[in-house]
Design a protein around this ligand. Structure first.
Ligand code: AVJ
Ligand code: FE
Length: 433
């Protein structure tokens, strides 16, 4: 096998390992809907296999359908999440057998595929990048389901570097044009394409994501009780849901605790805050006299290298993420404290842009100029508009294969079960110029 094929095979194995680990629980837990926001875990499990069957085996590999009868059941658009538990889903053992059978054939298709074939699904192994990123994205979704289920287990206590610096520190990103998105990255999604220039004025951005201790000040200073800090929609949401702190925070004995995979623990002051909605992130930023960065600002702070005028694949360069650069891939079931990854700093000095927590941006999820939907409209296109906000940078639960400086994630502004936090930005004032 070629180096590229060996890498694809290894990434496929890694993703499947996660899917199986996160579903290594009793059948009742797999079949139950732990939250109306999430699918039963067994739905995700068979869905990743069915996606792989449709894209790798049928469309790219030209094989006959194995289970066309279940396509509709695992089509995310045919059945909203709330309906999924009522479907005649494959029972766990059958789901595991089905996805293993698909995977055997996938490896066979890989073995025989000519990766220099110009067919858009086959060139550079695009279709394998598609399914392996898809499975990793669902692995993260499964972790969010497990966190919502409040079941113990699957919590990992892997070591993470400790933080060094204190918060509130901002770095300056100089004015000037910068390349946003990519046309070259072989496995980039349609929504990351094409590369285009954006000219931005100078701005300041936080060196670190906002920490729990900084966010707690907002909570304790009545940030949730003052409509001045909230947008109209945000205030309405906060009142209707009676939100007073991040999801999974509980006040007891005069201090804040958090629930993490079924365990209560004191809120760790130096970790980035997570489980906040876009509305909360936006309100905090206004309270702090700042704002959320736009996604172009975020990407420039993450990847623009003023020495070359080029954008890097990651803040530290083009090399794959290493353990000293970012907290990715579920090493531990939490973000690392602010300042834990000085080796992962971007050229402008921003840290922890990749990994730890997804970061909400000010931007709606919208197409780049020249966008073309590929390979299907339902991946990105149907979500464009003033409905979903863009998140960047990946979380501790994101696999390295499913994040890079140009990667765009999106969600509704009310969502809090994802591993999302934020950092703030602000304009450069006249006397700072
Ligand atoms: C990019 C995380 C918003 O989970 O809805 C999974 C990824 N698309 N299956 C999602 C996705 C199809 C998507 N997000
Ligand atoms: Fe999916």
């Amino acid at each position: 096998m070629s180096g590229v094929k060996a890498r694809i095979a290894a990434e496929l194995v890694a993703g499947r390992g996660r899917s199986l680990r996160y579903t290594d629980v009793d059948d009742e837990t797999l079949l139950r809907q732990h939250s109306p926001l999430m699918s039963p875990l067994v739905w995700d499990l068979a869905h990743v296999g069915n996606y792989e069957e449709q894209w790798v085996l049928r469309r790219a590999g030209g094989l006959a359908a194995l289970r066309p009868d279940i396509d509709a059941m695992y089509d995310a658009f045919a059945h909203p999440r709330a309906e999924r538990p009522a479907l005649p889903l494959l029972p766990p053992a059958e789901a595991r057998r089905y996805i293993a059978g698909v995977r055997d054939r996938t490896l066979d298709v890989l073995d025989h595929m000519d990766l220099s074939d110009p067919h858009p699904l086959r060139a550079d192994g695009y279709v394998f990048g598609l399914v392996l990123q898809h499975e990793q994205q669902h692995a993260e979704t499964m972790l969010a389901t497990l966190q919502l289920s409040r079941l113990p287990g699957l919590v990992r206590d892997g070591a993470l570097p400790s933080g060094r610096a204190r918060g509130h520190d901002q770095v300056l990103v100089p004015a000037g044009p910068c390349e946003i998105g990519t046309s070259a990255s072989a496995w980039a999604y349609d929504n990351e394409r094409p590369a285009h220039q954006v000219d931005l004025p100078a701005f300041w951005i936080d060196r670190f994501p906002v920490t729990n201790e900084a966010y707690e000040e907002f909570v304790e200073h009545g940030g949730y009780d003052d409509p001045r800090w909230w947008t109209v929609d945000g205030w309405r949401w906060r009142c209707a849901r009676r939100v007073a702190a991040p999801l999974f925070w509980i006040k007891d004995g005069g201090r804040w605790w958090r629930l993490r995979f079924g365990r209560h623990e004191p809120v760790p002051p130096r970790e980035p805050v997570q489980h906040v909605s876009w509305y909360e992130a936006d309100a905090y930023a206004r309270w702090a006299g700042r704002r959320l960065p736009t996604e172009a600002e975020w990407e420039k702070a993450c990847a623009f290298d003023p020495r070359t005028g080029q954008a890097l694949r990651y803040p530290w360069g083009d090399g794959d993420p290493g353990p000293r650069q970012a907290n990715l891939g579920h090493r531990a079931s939490r973000p690392a404290p602010a300042g834990a990854f000085p080796a992962g700093a971007s050229p402008c000095g921003a840290e922890q842009m990749i990994g730890d927590v997804w970061e909400w941006t000010a931007s709606w999820f919208a197409p780049y100029p020249g966008f073309t939907g590929f390979p299907y409209r339902e991946y990105s296109e149907v979500f464009f508009g003033r409905t979903h906000r863009v998140l960047r940078g990946g979380s501790w639960a994101t696999h390295p294969a499913a994040v890079r400086a140009t990667f765009r994630n999106w969600d509704l502004p009310v969502r809090r079960q994802i591993f999302a936090g934020f950092r703030c930005a602000r304009d450069v004032t006249r006397d700072e110029l």
